[in-house]
Design a protein around this ligand. Sequence first.
Ligand SMILES: [Zn+2]
Length: 148
Amino acid sequence: MVVAGIREDADHYYPAESGGILLGYISDREAVITAFVDGGPRAIRLRDGFIPDQEYHVDSIARVYRDSGYQTTYLGDWHSHPDGPLALSWRDRRTLRRIAGYREARLPTPVLIIIGGSNDWSIAAWTVYSKSCSIIRQYPNLPIRTFP
Ligand SMILES: [Zn+2]
């Protein structure tokens, strides 16, 4: 459901970039992503960039956290690279490091899912550890654990 939903969103806005956030929980040092949120009504989707609707994301995180009995939290971001690679751009790396270093998020190893390509999308999940970014799973090996 998460992978299919991200793919559908990427398709819908192709050839512009799209993206959003990832929600779930940490279990035995694994990120279990149970849901994704789209960019939001005020997101800006361009051929070479994506700016999320921050307010929509803050509200979504708070609502899901409350509705899940304070279990489901923010785990990271996702975005598309239309006709592009699964590799992280320098800006993606900077964003990952910034989330990891942002104390209020309490998320030292955030996940960033990149969906690249076009009709034939590929998906990869990245994280950051000690300021160095690394790939954790690549489709079809996604789920990170229990991706539906
Ligand atoms: Zn990117």
